[in-house]
Design a binder for this molecule. Structure first.
Ligand code: NAP
Length: 216
């Protein structure tokens, strides 16, 4: 199975995705700006099951050692973090998880990026990588509870067919999730912004809403 690195993997979303992918059998490297934070996060996740294939490293080591790489960083950290990883990521599948949002007056609001979406920003930063977009609509809190069933669809965008297929394979590996081919990376803005709606709905309804596309 391909080794999956999660750059920015010490945050709740990265740890949650790392846990679920390791539970599915993928070797996972949790990346951090600080190697010891990566190692500590990996050790904490292994408390769920000592046999889980999760290790920690710096973001650069993780990106270099992995076959596939998830970027689970705040959107405003993408520019400075991804640039130095360019060489390590040439030719690799790179999955953008970021949802550019801010909280204003108690509501989540989308942040408009000049490139159109965080995923398109990543593709502009990494022209020689195969960039896709996925997982933005999954809550870290749900991912981090290994017994919690997360039913729902994960829209996968990307301009390269093979990269979209590989990302859909990752989604399918997480029990009860269904990947939905969402076409080119230009569609990622809708998926990223949908996270804001879900978070606002969850506040209103005190819920844990996920997405299901009926009719597909
Ligand atoms: N949280 C959720 O439920 C959720 C759900 C869906 C999508 N997302 C998206 O997933 C991404 C990650 O979410 P998160 O909540 O896990 O984020 P986070 O905790 O704010 O950040 C993730 C990690 O990124 C690193 N980081 C933070 N600021 C940085 C900076 N300025 N420069 C470089 N690295 C920095 C930190 O790792 P180190 O300090 O170890 O380097 C941090 O642990 C976000 O883009 C978010 O929109 C989150």
């Amino acid at each position: 199975m391909p080794t999956v690195a999660i750059v920015g993997g010490t945050g709740p979303e990265g740890r949650g995705l790392g846990l679920r992918l390791a539970m599915a059998g993928y070797p996972v490297i949790i990346g951090s700006r600080d190697a010891s934070r990566g190692a500590d996060a990996a050790a904490a996740l292994r408390k769920n099951d000592a046999g889980l294939p999760i290790t920690g490293a710096t973001n650069a080591e993780a990106a270099g050692d992995a076959d596939w790489v998830l970027l689970s960083l705040p959107y405003d950290a993408l520019n400075d973090t991804v640039g130095p990883l360019t060489a390590a990521l040439v030719g690799k599948l790179v999955v953008s998880v970021a949802a550019p949002l801010v909280v204003k007056d108690g509501h989540f609001k989308p942040v408009a990026l000049p490139q159109g979406s965080a995923a398109e920003l990543v593709q502009a930063l990494l022209p020689e990588s195969r960039v896709t977009s996925a997982f933005q609509n999954l809550s870290a809190r749900d991912l981090l509870r290994p017994d919690h069933v997360i039913e729902g669809d994960v829209a996968v965008c990307g301009d390269v067919d093979e990269a979209r297929k590989q990302t859909m394979e990752l989604v399918r590996a997480i029990k009860d999730l269904r990947p939905v081919d969402a076409g080119p990376l230009a569609n990622s803005c809708y998926v990223e912004n949908l996270t804001g709606l879900l978070l606002n709905l969850n506040r209103i309804h005190k819920s844990h809403a996920t997405v299901r596309f009926l009719g597909i």
